[in-house]
Design a protein around this ligand. Structure first.
Ligand code: BTN
Length: 255
């Protein structure tokens, strides 16, 4: 791939660029199994088998950004899930750089919205060692620069639709993300989830509002109170009970 060596990114990242892969998450897994270090990245122009959360397909034509980062933080498996929120903060900063005039918010657990429409997604995969300790995390990120799905379960958009009309190059967005993610990742490594949680809540979409949470087999409705100290969504159910959600799809009553 042309041009990737000219990106201005923090030295802690080691970038591998490809034209096409199945899924960048799978490419990073292969490198991880060969002992690759924290900060190893695979970026591809296209994916033939891109994956979304909850087993969905992430359609990946050329023009958008697709990459995965190998991370080996020294945290427990439970704490590792917080990286979703760390990624979202870096994503929001990067998206805001190119679309400063729009309302950029964060949807639990890790989507970035422009004026209420999804522009990026994060797929986290992890491996534990035989002692049950985290061995590595793979953080796969897709950002809609040029294309977006019209038939998605949620309203979606792209930077091109919202922005100036000129298409952003994937490398420009990758550079912006890595430079914005790096300080949040360092802060999280040093201080834990506390300040990340506060910064995420500050930009969160729909706190205090009525939401629906789709879980396998049921849909809950209630008020989105906050996220707890571990990142679980705290929902005041319409029935009056409280429920902490660790995985699910959020829909807003009004979007
Ligand atoms: C979501 O469902 O919102 C998460 C989408 C994650 C897509 C990215 S694109 C790069 C990486 N490789 C994949 O196969 N998926 C992630």
């Amino acid at each position: 791939m042309k041009g990737s060596s000219s990106l201005n990114i923090p030295t802690s990242f080691n970038l591998h660029s490809r034209d096409e892969v199945g899924s960048t998450n799978d490419e990073v897994r292969l490198l991880a199994e060969q002992g690759a270090q924290d900060g190893t990245i695979v970026w591809a122009l296209r994916q033939s088998a891109g994956r979304g959360r909850q087993g969905r397909t992430w359609v990946s034509p050329e023009g958008n950004l697709y990459f995965s980062i190998l991370l080996r933080p020294t945290v427990s498996i439970a704490e590792a899930a917080n990286i979703s929120f760390v990624a979202s903060l870096g994503l929001a900063d990067a998206v805001r750089k190119f679309a400063p005039e729009f309302n950029i918010t964060l949807k639990w657990p890790n989507d970035v919205l422009i004026d209420g429409k999804k522009v990026s997604g994060v797929l986290l995969e992890s491996k534990a060692n035989t002692l049950g300790k985290l061995e590595y995390l793979i953080m796969g990120i897709g950002i809609n620069l040029k294309h977006y799905p019209e038939d998605a379960r949620y309203p979606a958009t792209s930077l091109l639709e919202k922005n100036t009309g000129s298409t952003l190059k994937p490398g420009e967005m990758l550079e912006a993300f890595l430079n914005n993610f790096d300080p949040w990742y360092k802060l999280w490594n040093k201080e834990g989830f506390g300040s990340v949680r506060v910064a995420w809540l500050d930009q969160a979409h729909g706190v205090g509002d009525k939401i629906y949470v789709r879980l396998p087999g049921e849909t809950l409705s209630g008020r989105f109170v906050t996220i707890d100290q571990d990142g679980a969504l705290d929902l005041d159910l319409d029935s009056g009970k409280q429920r902490l959600i660790t995985a699910g799809d959020v829909f807003f009553a009004t979007s």
